[in-house]
Design a protein around this ligand. Sequence first.
Ligand code: SF4
Length: 324
Amino acid sequence: MDRLALDVRNLSLFIQSESVDKAIFEDVSFCLGVSSLLAIVGESGGGKSLLCKSLLKLTPANARLSGSAILSGLQTSIDLISCSESEMEAIRGSRIGMIFQEPASSMNPVMTCGEQICDALPKAVRADKILARRKIAEILEFVGFKDLNRIVRSYPHELSGGMLQKVATVLAIAGEPSILIADEPSTALDAVNRFELMELFQRLRNEFGMSILWVTHELHSALTCADGLLVMYAGNVMESGSVAEIAEHPKHPYTKALLDVEKSFREPGGPRPIPEEILPTKKRDGGCVFAGRCEFTKPICRNKNPKWESNESRQGWRCHFPLK
Ligand code: SF4
């Protein structure tokens, strides 16, 4: 990885309550290179979405964030976790764009798509009406729209799911950010729209040098498009590294289980999900969070938290008994 766009170190998020603070994710570290695509994979409930929102400080009021996330810039770098709300307002949209899971949730239902896209453009472009109109048309064409006037005049509820997703993407990139965070953008899309979105990611990287952080549970797409993988389970990073290394030699049993599920889609009998708890995990504190579902669990796994280890090719894992 040559130049870094984002360097996240020991990021943790706790939701505070009267009795006990609940960890949503803990000790998450990763690097996102310039023009690269890092896919965050894992089953639902692993803390992936809140991890993305945390990078833009879009967390609940009772959340406590710790760690650092250094956003590199041409002149200055800034820690997203310790920056002020006014600094963050200047970063959202213009340095980091985000496609949210539910495209409609990021749109205003009483404004046309054209008005909303105009609001998302850089200030200097917005100030010049002719330039703004041209820019809106360019971005709409870039994401694959043909009937531009119709999209510009439409309200969100007048568009199909696939079109809404594209408009949400336009809103996320209109401010010309260097980083795009995409939180499960393809979940509700059919195969054609999904393929188009994957292609769009590649063009954003190649033509604009955009770095992409992509949350997905579609491991197959991640293996095809991403450079790096971050495998999360129950708020913990289980494994990270290059797609090539992990697909060929997964070190963590959870990664292997996810790859086996992926393989089973193409085998007779259809998909076989990871079994629920093989042995119930009564107490997770101090032990591996995957112990209850892991086929290789040994007594130490239930008592001692595995340490993060890595090899010379920067593949890292959290397991007492990494796979050979
Ligand atoms: S530490 Fe033990 S339980 Fe956890 S993944 Fe490794 S082998 Fe399985």
